[in-house]
Design a protein around this ligand. Sequence first.
Ligand code: ATR
Length: 297
Amino acid sequence: MGAYKVRVSQPVQPAISAATRLCAVFGSPIKHSASPAMHNAAFAALGLDWRYVAFEVDPKHLRAAIAGAQAMRFAGINLTVPHKLLAVEMVDELDASARTWGAVNTIRFGESGTTGFNTDADAIITSLREDLKIEVPGARVLLLGAGGAGRTAALRLAAENAAELFLVNRTQGKAEDVARDIRSQFPSVKVSTAYPKDGVELVLNATSLGLKFDDPSPLDERQFSLKAARAVYDMVYRPAETRLLLAARYSGCRTANGLGMLLRQGAKAFEIWTGQPAPLDVMRRALKANIYGPAKL
Ligand code: ATR
């Protein structure tokens, strides 16, 4: 072996310069976001002189932060907890996706102003299909959570012709608000705000429970047994196996965490900003390395 090692597997990004384009994610908390790893790997793979960074932004500064990014000619930003609903009022125009799902997780800065998109909603359906082999049309789904993520998931599942939705949330009133919207927009979908009495195809966790290691499961197993579920999807992706997913695996359910959803919403945002097809495999590998560690690739 010579003294020099040449690494050919990692594409080298152009050095940061005055020409480098910037994207970012704004959230609070943001420290554990895997989005920078995913997007920077994608920029590098396509040889783009672009970078993606993460900023801790308090909701009271969100409007100023968006205006600042626009003034500094960022290409685009992502928004995560707790900004997705607030941002609807802070963009010049809403793409149909953001209008339909009532939340903005992606902003594009263009010559004519700011456009808000929602790339989360479709990512849920794609990830359920590809990572869990769940077809939503005709399915009975127990959905845990009626915050921003839960609301988008409920509406998107209804739009996809789920047969019946059971919406369970700590704050019952929020689940009832979502149920009311579904009854008026999607009258053919049965919806209730209690645990199901019979089996379901899918249990979907859209609460934030599971993110912290001592969080209880979002599912009350005295009210619903995982033995009555075919599959369980947890939008939480860190830790990779939450208390809910572990229990589901022991009960014989198919399981998936939220990595696939993060990947697909990110891929769509990448295409909106760059106009180029997202390198999905590169992005998936970067996410897995970031979340599971390089050894698990
Ligand atoms: P997101 O955009 O991720 O959905 P959110 O709108 O703050 O964030 O919603 C968080 C979800 O997790 C809500 O469903 C919340 O329940 P409440 O509506 O009752 O607040 C749920 N959640 C958070 N902490 C919880 C806890 N300790 N127990 C039960 N549910 C919890």
